[in-house]
Write a protein that binds this ligand. Structure first.
Ligand code: GLC
Length: 516
């Protein structure tokens, strides 16, 4: 494997200068700044509306944010044990893990394999999808357990799309998001066809929990950090989960659950403001929505998530080339720039990471990827545009986090975050922290010291592996509930244990006697 940082990391020390930029281009930069900048007052207004919408999603009438109850009831203690499979159907890869939760508090061992998710699968048929996934699981088991006689392995399946769950082992896909468009899945329970594909192949696996990546992130992070209250994904998509008291969920009132019992809510906040009341949408956001497979859906997500950042950037540049009076890239062949979704968020990351005053890396990147030779003033505009799009994403994302904190009255807490944008996009963390400070009016740290890393009242921190460890933990918590007879929100408690190690009444796998 190639080592990536053989030299000391370069400091992004670029100061930049707009001195030599022609006036019309400067004016254009100013117009883009006005379009993409979200000031403190607007952040606060968005957060306040966000809070109302979180509540509306929990109400009987419902709203545009689904606020899906997940039947993941409460946090782990850190003492969960057992061996579990976890399957993560992300966007680009399919990941299968085997996780062992040992007796030691908060520990885990993991082995994993990744399988490429063929692009055609995302717009193919349901049978192809489930068949492909079952094949990968079969391969994993054959590879890691060759020739062994296995008990059925309990599986946590991270299915990161909005699903209505009457039970934890059930999930009706509300709608595809993140560019997926597979026929015959929306509006149906995804568990039976998935299990049928396993059955057909004789794969010894029992689905224990269908989970969202945000819920997995919340639970995995809480396993090692007791201050964790929210799990977020800032990646291809954007979303969060948190724990709500059953008594504060009017739409579950009819179930007469213990009002003090906690249940994780998968917000599906990507759908925030689908009715376009508050978000500062630009003409470019409107095009992204219109040309997507699901227009009118995921309004918030389309402004902040990784899948769309490169596309936004491309649309602005194309507009400045074709329509705006500034005519950037004049006389050049822009056919590559005309290809939808040809630039991803890493292209923007690279531009923001270019440390050179003359933006030579950006220049080369444009030439290589798009066959466009940029002038110095064009490079300055490009850099500013990347900053504007990246900054807007971080600041708007912070509104969702702030809204949950305000709703739950969390004055201090940790937020576990995962996803390519959070982990790789330059300055995303610092920009998000700055926005939280503005929205929540902090003037000093939680400990009375100056604000900053380790001191901010609410901190967004890199999460533990939610779709691996988180999925395993939720499977463990679910099996433990079955063993204890607490079967609310579990469709098939008996079937869940049948043929697994946890079926044995003497089993220490899930609920060790000493820790009950
Ligand atoms: C999309 C999905 C959601 C997921 C998020 C992050 O918003 O609808 O379920 O959590 O992407 O992957």
């Amino acid at each position: 494997m190639a080592t990536r940082h053989t030299q000391p990391r370069r400091q992004p020390s670029r100061k930049g200068s707009m001195a030599d930029i022609p006036k019309d281009l400067l004016q254009e930069i100013k117009r883009l700044e006005d379009l993409f900048t979200v000031d403190t007052a607007k952040l606060k207004a968005i957060t306040s509306h966000f809070q109302d919408e979180l509540a509306r999603g929990l109400s009987k009438e419902g709203g545009s944010i689904p606020m899906n109850p997940t039947w993941c009831m409460g946090f782990p203690t850190g003492h969960e044990t057992g061996t579990f499979l976890a399957l993560d159907m992300g966007g680009t890869n399919l990941r299968v893990c085997e996780i062992n939760l040992p007796e030691e508090k908060g520990e885990f061992d993991i082995i994993q394999s990744k399988y490429r998710m063929p692009e055609e699968l995302k717009t193919g048929t349901a049978d192809e999808l489930w068949g492909y996934i079952a094949d990968c699981l079969q391969q994993f088991i054959e590879y890691h357990h060759e020739g062994e006689k296995l008990d059925k392995l309990p599986l946590g399946f991270t299915f990161s799309y909005p699903a209505t769950q009457d039970y934890i082992d059930h999930g009706v896909l509300q709608r595809w998001t993140k560019g997926f468009d597979i026929d015959g899945v929306e509006g149906k329970d995804v568990v039976p066809p998935f299990e049928a594909a396993l059955e057909e192949r004789g794969v010894p696996i029992k689905l224990t929990a269908l989970i969202n990546d945000t819920t997995g992130t919340l639970i995995a992070s809480a396993y090692t950090d007791s201050e964790m209250r929210i799990g977020c994904i800032f990646g291809t998509g954007c979303n969060a989960a948190y724990m709500e008291h059953c008594g504060d969920i009017p739409k579950l009132e009819h179930m007469k659950l213990d009002p003090n019992q906690e249940i994780a809510i998968n917000c599906e906040w990507g759908a925030f403001d689908n009715e376009h009341k508050i978000l500062p949408r630009t003409q470019y956001d409107i095009i992204i929505d219109k040309d997507s497979p699901r227009p009118g859906q995921q309004s918030f997500e389309k402004m902040v998530a990784g899948l769309y950042l490169g596309e936004l950037f491309r649309l602005v540049l194309l507009d400045l080339h074709e329509v705006a009076h500034v005519k950037i890239f004049e006389g050049q062949d822009v056919s590559s720039l005309k290809k939808p979704y040809s630039l991803d968020a890493s292209f923007l990351s690279d531009i923001e990471n270019d440390p050179f005053e003359n933006l030579s890396e950006t220049h080369d990147r444009f030439e290589k990827a798009l066959g466009i030779k940029c002038t110095k003033p064009e490079l300055e505009l490009i850099r500013r545009l990347a900053e504007l799009i990246g900054t807007r994403s971080a600041r708007l994302s912070a509104c969702g986090v702030a809204a949950i904190c305000l709703k739950k009255n969390y004055k201090t807490c940790h937020v576990g975050a995962d996803g390519s944008v959070f982990n790789k996009y330059p300055h995303f963390k610092a920009r998000g922290a700055q926005a939280l400070k503005e929205i929540l009016d902090w003037d000093k740290g939680r400990d009375g010291k100056a604000l900053g890393k380790g001191h901010d009242p609410v901190e967004i921190l890199p999460a533990e592996d939610g779709s691996g460890v988180g999925a395993a933990l939720i499977a463990a918590l679910t099996l433990k509930r079955v063993q204890e007879g607490k079967v609310m929100g579990i469709r098939d408690p008996e079937g869940m244990l049948k043929g697994t190690k946890a079926a044995d009444p003497k089993s220490k796998e899930v609920a060790p006697e000493s820790k009950k």
